[in-house]
Design a protein around this ligand. Structure first.
Ligand code: UTP
Length: 272
């Protein structure tokens, strides 16, 4: 069986909840303890054994490309000024990163569909850069990959969410398999009434390449967007799909409250 070695990071959205700052600063570049959010995501991917990353960007996200590029000018400056100890901070992650542009932010499903040629015929991860997980033992993606290696079917990262907040998420219906694993039987995007459970889809997924068949057939869903959740719903009619409740604390940096909580938590870690 093929191992999960590739990951897609969709980062082409407008970040409308965080306007006006997102007019000039992509949400994925929001600083958390001196590092941008997307660096946490790339480090999580590396920790989980990912070898190749595709970042989906858009016109105003060039800052992400610059960030993961070497700055020879800066390196020379640090060498000349005897600040060699800072070279590591100026270095780039040891992983292959490539980029593709999404011309219109038509939705997460559309962004993931752009990764078809990158993925080829392999299982792959999708990591949303606005969901930061702080986990005690294994990083969130490694937990999903472990589950994938057991079942070889798609795995969706879940977390329990307060009932009043479920309307903001994709919510699954499922039966408990064992431990943190669920057999998913249905999925609903942003349920207004009677959500099928309190298990919400979070920003971590593992897919087999068959997901592209479902993505290609999608039409606009909730909010006029091409919804990844709709492709998962179609997949459920044909294939097995496992839900995995991630052990760890999740912070949605698109939410001001979560962002502040995360900043405080990281600050505490640094000052200890
Ligand atoms: P979100 O819906 O959380 O991000 O998408 P957003 O659209 O940027 O923010 P709001 O909702 O307007 O405040 C989750 C991730 O998917 C990416 C976003 O960049 C974000 O990282 N995304 C979303 C795309 O790459 N393309 C899209 O068309 C939509």
């Amino acid at each position: 069986m093929k191992k999960v070695k590739k990951a897609i990071i969709p980062a082409a959205g407008y970040g409308t909840r965080n306007l006006p700052i997102t007019k000039v600063l992509p949400k994925e570049m929001f600083p958390i303890g001196g590092k941008p959010a997307i660096q946490y995501i790339v480090e999580e991917a590396v920790d989980a054994g990912i070898e190749e990353i595709l970042i989906v960007v858009s016109r105003n996200k060039n800052m992400i490309l610059d960030y993961f590029d070497r700055s020879l000018e800066l390196e020379t400056f640090l060498e000349k000024t005897n600040k060699l100890h800072l070279l590591e901070k100026a270095s780039i992650p040891n992983i292959h990163i490539q980029y593709i542009r999404q011309p219109y932010a038509e939705g997460l499903g559309d962004a993931v569909a752009l990764g078809k040629l990158f993925v080829k015929n392999e299982p792959f991860a999708v990591i949303l850069p606005d969901d930061i997980f702080l986990c005690r033992r294994k990083v969130a993606l490694a937990q999903l990959i472990e589950t994938y290696n057991e079942h070889h079917s798609s795995v969706i990262g879940l977390q329990k969410v307060k009932p009043e907040l479920l309307k903001n998420y994709g919510v699954i219906k499922g039966e408990k398999l064992k431990g943190r694993q669920y057999q998913i039987t249905d999925i609903v995007e942003k349920p207004e009434n009677s959500p099928p459970s309190d298990l919400a889809v979070t920003g971590r997924y593992i897919f087999n390449p068959t997901i592209f068949t479902y993505l290609e057939k999608l039409e606009q869903g909730v909010g006029g967007e091409i919804q990844l959740t709709d492709a998962i719903k179609d997949l459920l009619a044909e294939e097995n799909c496992i839900g995995m409740c991630i052990a760890g604390d999740r912070y949605d940096i698109g939410s001001d409250t979560d962002y502040l909580k995360l900043m405080n938590r990281v600050k505490k870690k640094y000052s200890n």
